[in-house]
Design a protein around this ligand. Structure first.
Ligand SMILES: Nc1nc2c(ncn2[C@@H]2O[C@H](COP(=O)(O)OP(=O)(O)O)[C@@H](O)[C@H]2O)c(=O)[nH]1
Ligand SMILES: [Mg+2]
Length: 312
């Protein structure tokens, strides 16, 4: 059976051949997968592309890109509904928080600078997953140079503080300064009219960790003041599982995502694995998320939901 490859496919294949970087290769290969006609005549080719894609993805994950190439720690591949970067001073409990909220196993230790490179983990919330990224500590004297890129590219920033820390005010100042250098503006703060266009308004929240050592809550109030009274603040104890449910919900809600439950014609809707899109997304955006081919062929869609007639 002839494969009937389209000119678009051949063009993507050409780009794959000429790709200079690993990322370009990966992008072209993904496009080839999406553009490849799916029928019996292309089964071998489908399997072949899948194998090459898996290999490239694995290489990227493990940074084995051959001589001269290094993984950029300022970029963590986004997965799930959105990406939060955990940022904070040494020993605040960033790694403990990642452990408590995700299935990742970062090292938690009573000495500073245990975490050297960004470590992602996936946080389950209801029927979706949110990505959290643990990072090396930030002080007034030192922040890893890649932190600003990492923060600027993320969907949200969670500032993690130890409410019992002596020098909380200084720590908070270092975090505020880093946010500024990362060109991230907390979304709860009105953007000044003269703000440059490269400033990214993003959800920024604060976690006041180790609240088990602060039964009266006065240290948490002080921490909230220090980091900014206008930022959402979540007292928590990562190692005791306190305050984590509220935090989990906020980490999803603050992303401003909507969940869409898709239904194949003649089948029941899939109520377990929603597609997650940004608020304001269109039916076309959904089609792209499902499959690029569908987006190209889409003529109409039927929608069930609160603001629609059933099946509109
Ligand atoms: N009391 C208390 N200690 C905590 C809590 N979370 C973390 N710790 C301790 O704080 C220290 C630093 O934790 P870690 O997660 O490694 O901090 P990181 O440097 O911010 O990643 C460790 O000794 C932890 O056991 C908490 O909720 N309560
Ligand atoms: Mg750590």
């Amino acid at each position: 059976m002839p494969a009937n490859l389209t000119p678009q496919y051949k063009e993507a294949e050409e780009r794959f051949r000429q790709a200079a970087t690993h990322d370009e290769k990966l992008e072209a290969l993904r496009e080839m997968m999406a553009l490849l006609p799916k029928h019996k005549g292309t089964e071998k080719l489908q399997a072949d592309l899948r194998r090459r894609l898996a290999k490239l993805e694995e290489e990227r994950e493990h940074g084995r890109r051959g001589a001269g190439h290094r993984v950029d720690p300022g970029h963590v591949r986004r997965e799930g509904a959105g990406q939060w970067i955990l940022v904070g001073p040494p020993n605040a409990g960033k790694s403990a928080l990642l452990r408590a909220l995700t299935h990742a196993h970062p090292e938690v230790a009573a000495y500073p600078f245990t975490t050297r490179i960004p470590q992602p983990g996936m946080m389950p919330y209801e029927d979706v997953q949110v990505q959290l990224v643990d990072t090396p500590a930030v002080t007034a004297e030192h922040a890893e140079p890649y932190m600003t890129n990492l923060m600027h590219g993320a969907d949200g920033i969670a500032l993690v503080l130890d409410v019992t820390a002596d020098d909380l005010e200084l720590e908070a100042l270092a975090l505020a300064e880093l946010l500024e250098r990362a060109r991230v503006w907390p979304a709860t703060r009105p953007l000044p009219p003269d703000a440059p266009s490269f400033v990214a308004a993003r959800p920024v929240l604060a976690v006041g960790n180790k609240r088990d050592l602060d039964p009266g809550g006065s240290l948490a109030s002080r921490a909230h003041q220090a980091i900014g009274a206008d930022l959402p603040f979540f007292p928590a104890a990562a190692e005791h599982g306190e305050g984590l449910e509220e935090l989990r919900r906020a980490l999803f809600e603050e992303l401003g995502r909507i969940r869409i439950y898709a239904k194949e014609p003649g089948k029941k809707p899939d109520l377990e694995r929603p597609f997650v899109l940004r608020r304001g997304a269109t039916v076309h955006d959904l089609a792209v998320a499902v499959h690029k081919d569908i987006a190209e062929r889409l003529k109409h869609a039927r929608i069930w939901g609160t603001a629609r007639f059933p099946g509109q």
